[in-house]
Write a protein that binds this ligand. Structure first.
Ligand SMILES: Cc1ncc(C[n+]2csc(CCOP(=O)(O)OP(=O)(O)O)c2C)c(N)n1
Ligand SMILES: [Mg+2]
Length: 900
């Protein structure tokens, strides 16, 4: 709703009123009902009246926004317990130390960066949570989970410092993790501070969506009897600028629909983002109120601080609220960068009656009229209601000031986000404003301040945290290990498929089905699908383990008479996410880090169209890696020529290259069912038993073919990245030219066929290697190379790829269903000549055979590439290559696939 409509519907004094007396009578009648029968009765009557008018054709009247004032009236506020002055002083000290650590780092050099303004706007919102609401995990409570705004980390460090968790040296090591022992990470990164941070949030929008799916996952754990999560809350702090990210608001409908009343969001509406105002010409709080209420959330607006209460109580004619609604956020920002006289003139001065109403107040008093999100009483009241609200998630829209307390160095100023320094005057003013017991000298040096242990502030701090179970944030690194099945559990996949032709996707589904049945870990498996179960042949699991739904199934499914009907169930195990890859990977993160957040190891298997994977949700993949998520990502329908009919936007020829950049991701492109089984079994062992913080990316294909039995002794090679599948020989000719052919995924079959062609048509012996992971081979290679460089006098080590290929003889040729960069990864460690074929270019539709010829990765191109290498090394005559080109009818003048 626009602000002008807002004014119309919420303020009877609007200009379009043609009969003010009649309007007054109606309003008085409402007042009388509220007074005699209470607000609920008033709401009932008004709802009926609105419905009557709408039925009569009035058009929409009822607004989902409310007036621009606090949702909780002053009279209904729960009162902040304890001594408010002590709490304020404690917060002031934390404000100071948070600011000081950034200022000190930037005194040395501005190279390191850091933020002051964001935490200064958030301090009250955090501290009220720390002092009164957030439980640490203890015997008495499972612990709340708090997603902190990433670039406000100095505030968290400043509190941890007072709690004795961090030292002066560590604060001075902010953003210096390499050179200072115990240095502090710029933002919340579990990878860098694994005992401290739980949730990476700084890529904007990522904390938001992952917090929703975390809350949902907690309900899932409870529904399945895996954990007792009742009473635990997920809190997420989100910037008002951050709401523009599609990941931020994109899933709020799910939270409303699933009644996630364990979720509380606090949107820090400081009205500014990095460059300027969030909604200079509008009001972010009103905009968000309608978004969230429309999505089924409980909305609590915390706009005005207690000092406004008397003025609002007197506002019987609605003039003050009218001006509050008329002013846009750009003006509200400017007000707080000026002074009381400016606010008097430009805010109250919009209405002469209001100006008169504040004439008894000094400019100083007007300046002190505070904002709700900076008022501990108002914030306490909002949190108090939020934690008690049932049936809906809650969002608190808290109005604050960016750079609060920074004065001339940034308060409410456009530049405040990036301000890392404060002038001496601003530092002194900060000290005075927050009444810090620091000398001018200490202020100039930006010294940290820790009050004596027996001071009321420190006692309060300790008592409150003791009461709430200990310090926060704290990250748990391990859970009780589970026992995982051995390889024999997947016996079916280790044997030849005989006459049957299957795809690796089918092989995977069988492995997954076996795991779901497994007594030891079956319950811990979490299948996640974004509306693609039927694509992957997983619909049998609908009935077998059920699809999770918090309400069960309220309808008789259309296919209820079938064996594999669409079964929604309160205890369902499958997370059927609908069409949201971002949501699905957020569930993957929640499940895969459950060992840490809940102490309950869960094993997610998230299967999706590989093309809609990394490139769609790359930042979430990094968040998964940073979170030390453990689990399996399955890139289904992979390979640029294997998913052949779907064309350019579906056919993935590069996801492996993208995943190769993630340091703790183990990526594999298996060709056969036994490879899939071996990789998954080893992954389970590493992640669930040994509790290594890695996750797996495995591509799966939809092409059906025969799968051989697992060769003897192949397991080690499968896991390390390559093993020999077929040894070449040409009759008794010992001296035949020889080549080494590498292949992965479905293209391995083309490579095997090429070996036959080379031997039968050209008398060339070809060894064939199944390369399950070029990425793992490279990882091994760079490690070996580095070691050799740093140990020049020792016996050099050999990369695994080198070890395997060395001495086999002949040039090496690789062909895969991915771009050349994929197989090219191992070039340095391939002894001798190395030629790589790949599917560089845009995908398109046709038969697989046609596509493989088009991209020049089929058996004929492999054979020709091998012959060309033999010719180049002088083993055979170049005429043999030409002969092969003619024989296999390759079009030598066809354009490069990348250009068409
Ligand atoms: C995805 C992403 N884009 C850009 C940034 C850079 N960035 C960091 S904070 C910020 C402004 C945030 O504004 P807001 O969400 O309002 O937070 P505030 O600091 O005002 O509380 C930007 C653009 C980022 N961290 N992540
Ligand atoms: Mg902001």
């Amino acid at each position: 709703m626009t602000d002008s409509l807002q004014t119309l519907s919420t303020n009877g004094a609007a200009a379009t009123d043609i009969d003010a007396a009649e309007t007054s009578e109606w309003l008085e009648a409402v007042d009388a009902v509220v007074e005699h029968d209470g607000p609920d009765r008033a709401r009932h009557i008004l709802a009926r009246a609105v419905q009557r008018a709408e039925l009569a054709g009035s058009g929409p009247i009822a607004s989902i926004t409310t007036p621009y004032v606090n949702t909780i009236p002053a009279a209904r506020e729960a009162k902040l317990p304890g001594d408010p002055a002590v709490e304020r002083r404690l917060r002031s000290i934390i404000r100071w130390n948070a600011m000081a650590m950034v200022v000190r780092a930037n005194k040395i050099s501005s190279e390191l960066g850091g933020h002051i303004a964001s935490f200064q706007s958030l301090a009250t919102l955090y501290e009220v949570g720390y002092n009164h609401f957030w439980h640490a995990a203890s015997d008495a409570h499972g612990g709340d989970l708090v997603y902190f705004q990433g670039h406000s980390s100095p505030g968290n460090y400043a509190r941890a410092y007072l709690e004795g968790r961090l030292t002066d040296e560590q604060l001075d090591g902010f953003r210096q993790e390499v050179s200072k022992p115990g240095g502090l990470s710029s933002y919340p990164h579990p990878w860098l501070m694994p005992e401290f941070w739980q949730f990476p949030t700084v890529s904007l929008g990522i904390g938001a969506i992952t917090s929703i799916y975390q809350a949902r996952f907690m309900k899932y754990l409870a529904a399945r009897g895996m954990d007792q999560t009742d009473g635990r809350k997920v809190w997420a702090f989100i910037g008002d600028g951050e709401v523009d990210e599609p990941e931020t608001l994109g899933s709020i409908g799910m939270a409303g629909r699933e009644h996630l009343d364990n979720l509380i969001w606090v949107v820090n509406c400081n009205l500014q983002r990095l460059d300027g105002p969030v909604r200079g010409n509008g009001k972010i709080i009103q905009e968000l109120e309608s978004d969230f209420r429309g999505a089924g959330w409980n909305v609590i607006k915390v706009i005005w601080g207690s000092r406004w209460d008397p003025l609002l109580a007197e506002d019987h004619d609605g003039r003050l609220v009218k001006v509050m609604e008329e002013c846009v956020d750009g003006e509200y920002q400017t007000f707080k960068s000026r002074d009381g006289a400016y606010v008097r003139e430009h805010f109250f001065g919009r209405d002469p009656v209001l100006l008169e109403r504040v004439s008894h107040m000094s400019d100083e008093e007007i300046w002190l009229l505070n904002r709700g999100g900076l008022d501990q009483q108002k914030v306490y009241a909002a949190y108090h209601e939020a934690v008690r609200h049932t049936g809906q998630p809650t969002v608190i829209l808290a109005k604050t000031i960016k750079g609060y307390g920074m004065g001339v160095s940034g308060e409410g100023q456009m530049i405040t986000h990036q301000a890392k320094k404060m002038t001496e005057d601003a530092l002194l003013a900060f000290r005075d404003r927050f009444e810090l017991p620091l000398s001018d000298e200490q202020v100039r040096a930006a010294e940290y301040y820790k009050p004596p242990d027996d001071s009321p502030e420190m006692q309060f701090l300790r008592e409150r945290r003791a009461e709430l179970g200990g310090s926060l944030p704290v990250r748990r690194g391990k859970a009780e290990p589970l026992e995982v099945p051995g390889l024999d559990a997947f016996k079916g996949q280790l044997e030849s498929t005989g006459d049957r032709e299957i795809s690796t996707t089918m092989a995977f589904v069988r492995v997954l089905a076996a795991l779901l049945r497994d007594k030891r870990i079956g319950r811990h498996v979490v299948p996640i699908v974004p509306d693609e179960s039927r694509t992957f042949g997983m619909e049998g699991m609908f009935r077998q383990v059920g699809i999770y739904s918090p309400v069960g199934q309220l309808y008789q499914p259309q296919d209820s008479e079938q064996l594999m009907f669409y079964k929604e169930d309160k205890h369902g195990q499958i997370l059927e996410e609908g069409i949201t890859e971002a949501g699905s990977i957020s569930s993957f993160i929640a499940a895969g880090s459950s060992y840490s957040a809940h102490g309950v190891p869960m094993i997610p298997f998230y299967i999706y169209y590989s093309m809609f994977g990394y490139q769609r949700v790359g930042d979430l993949v990094w968040a998964a890696a940073d979170s030390r998520t453990r689990g399996f990502l399955l890139g289904g329908t992979a390979g640029r020529t294997t998913l052949n009919g779907e064309g350019l936007q579906h056919e993935d020829g590069h996801s492996h290259v993208l995943f190769s950049v993630v340091p703790n991701c183990r990526a594999y492109d298996p060709a056969f069912g036994y490879e899939v089984a071996v990789i998954i079994q080893a992954g389970l062992r590493r992640m669930v038993v040994e509790q290594e913080d890695v996750f797996y990316y495995i591509t799966l294909m939809n092409e059906n073919y025969h799968h051989p039995a697992m060769p003897e002794g192949a397991v080690d090679g499968i896991l390390r990245g390559m093993y020999m599948l077929r040894e070449g020989s040409v009759g008794r000719k010992k001296k035949a030219p020889r080549v080494q052919l590498l292949g992965s995924g479905t293209i391995l079959n083309e490579v095997l066929a090429a070996a036959e062609l080379l031997e039968s048509d050209f008398g060339v012996a070809a060894d064939v290697w199944s390369v399950t992971s070029f990425t793992e081979l490279r990882r091994d290679g760079i490690e070996v190379e580095r070691w050799n460089m740093l140990h020049p006098l020792e016996q050099p080590r050999r990369a695994y790829a080198t070890e395997q290929l060395e001495g086999r003889g002949g040039p090496v040729i690789a062909s895969t269903d991915y771009i050349r960069a994929f197989a090219d990864q191992i070039r340095q460690w391939v002894p001798g000549r190395y030629r790589v074929l790949g599917t560089d270019g845009f995908g398109r539709s046709d038969f697989r055979q046609a596509l493989r010829r088009f991209f020049e990765v089929d058996r004929y191109y492999v054979a020709v590439a091998a012959l060309k290498e033999l010719a180049d090394e002088g083993t055979i005559d170049a005429a043999r290559v030409k002969e092969a080109i003619d024989r296999y009818q390759l079009d030598a003048e066809a354009p490069m696939p990348t250009t068409v």
